[in-house]
Structure formats: C-alpha cells, structure tokens
Design a protein around this ligand. Sequence first.
Ligand code: NAD
Length: 248
Amino acid sequence: MPGRDRVALVTGAARGLGAAIARELHAGGTRVAVLDLDEAGAVRLAEELDPESGTAVPLAADVNDAAGVDAALTELETRWHAPDILVNNAARTATGSVWDIELEEWDAVLGTNLRSVLIATRRCAPAMRERGWGRIVNMASLAGQQGGLVAGAHYAAAKAGVLVLTKIFARDLAASGVTVNAVAPAAVRTPVMDDMDEAELERAAATIPVGRLGTAGEVAALVAHLCAERSGYLTGTTVDINGGVFMR
Ligand SMILES: NC(=O)c1ccc[n+]([C@@H]2O[C@H](COP(=O)([O-])OP(=O)(O)OC[C@H]3O[C@@H](n4cnc5c(N)ncnc54)[C@H](O)[C@@H]3O)[C@@H](O)[C@H]2O)c1
C-alpha cells in the first residue's frame, strides 16, 4: 500500500452504498473522509476504519448546504489536503406519484440529489485540476434513465440531471487528468430497503435477470475501479450495475 497519498471524500458515507465505498477505498490504500448529515454514523464508520483517526475522518455536513460543505472541505484541507477522489453518493430516496409530489418536496429532493453534486464538484475539482489528477464518481440510478418505477419523479429527474452534469464536468476536466463518471445501480440491498415489505422485495428480485438484488460490495468494487490510477481513459461514462434489468 503505497503511503496512502490519496485522499477520498465520500458523501453520504455513514451507511449503505456510501459506507461500502468508503470501506473499499480505505482497504485499497486511500485515506477517507466520511461525510454525512448523520454525524454519529460518520463518526462510527471512521472509527471502524481507523480507531486512531490517522487514515479515516468523519465530516458532518448537509450536501445541499454550500457553506457547510465548504467548511467541511476546509477542515479536511487543514488536516490532510483537498480530496483527490470525490464520490458524490449522498441522496434521499423518494417515492410518490408525479401528480402528487408537493413542490417543496420536489425542490428538497432536487437540492439533496442534484444541486449537491454541483456544489461538491465545484468545490473539489479546482484542486484536482491544479494537481493534474482526480477522480469523481457520481451515484446516479436506473431511475434517471428510465424514469422511476418505484422511485418518484423528483428522484428520477434529479438522477437524470446527475447523468448530464457528469458529462459536462467530464468534458471540462478531461484535459487536466480528472475523470468524471456516473454509476447507475438499480436495486441494491441497503438500509433504505429495511422498511420495505420483504415479500415485495422478493417479487422485485424475481424480475431481475440475475435473480437477486445487488450487494453494496459489488457497487463499491465498481466505484473503486473508476477511482483507480489505471482508469484515466475512462471518463464521461455511465456504468450500469443492475443485474441485467436494463441493457443498452
Ligand atoms: N440502494 C439502491 O438500490 C440504489 C439504487 C440506485 C441508486 N442508488 C443511489 O446510491 C446512493 C446511495 O444509496 P443508499 O441506498 O446507500 O442510500 P441510504 O439512504 O442507505 O444512504 C444515504 C446516506 O446519505 C446520507 N444523506 C442523505 N441526505 C444527506 C444530505 N443532505 N447531506 C449529507 N448526507 C446525506 C444519509 O444520512 C445516508 O447515510 C444514492 O445516491 C442513491 O440514490 C441506490
């Protein structure tokens, strides 16, 4: 493990896919900042990764709050340095009929799931560009390509926005060694499903060609690949990870 030179910031990393991604990057030799609205959860994961706090730190912030994100990044820069790797993973899963979503709820979901990507990327990318190396991975969703079947229109619209923002940033940063890619999972077992009916989840799994839900570890392995040194020619793409539900 060569010196843990790289610093990764994973948003929404207190649980679910974000936590799995933070674990994977940390196991691969990267220092990891665990950012989440859930401060206790972020502290818990950072302590699990490194009880000495030398290679994993918690950061508490709301990704939709530009000042809060800026303060968290300043804290990280003081401690280590600006992130070499940014995983925009934090999001709110939201459901509801397109006819019934309250406009305030629409704005809140677009804020947490899309505006947040703009905020964090604009805050983190300049240092990557200056350094001539960077990896940005945005968590999108099958819902952003097909419209949500279970997810609401606000969630799906935000994720569609994430896909195009990925391309815009990828093109802009390509010449400076910074790659920007999106990962689009479909149904992956995370705590967000704990409240769902198990029989309904089983029925959903039966419609997936692979015959099961995905695991957080499978998504994390893909994200780590996109963040690897040797992935420098891979940019502006959306990688589907959905058990064969959607094939291009
Ligand atoms: N699980 C799936 O099947 C699936 C499918 C497609 C896409 N995704 C995407 O993958 C990502 C992770 O999903 P998950 O299932 O692990 O979700 P999750 O709800 O289990 O975890 C999300 C994490 O983000 C944090 N978070 C929420 N709002 C935040 C905010 N405003 N600021 C900071 N942190 C915030 C939460 O506290 C939580 O720790 C999301 O972008 C989600 O849209 C997941």
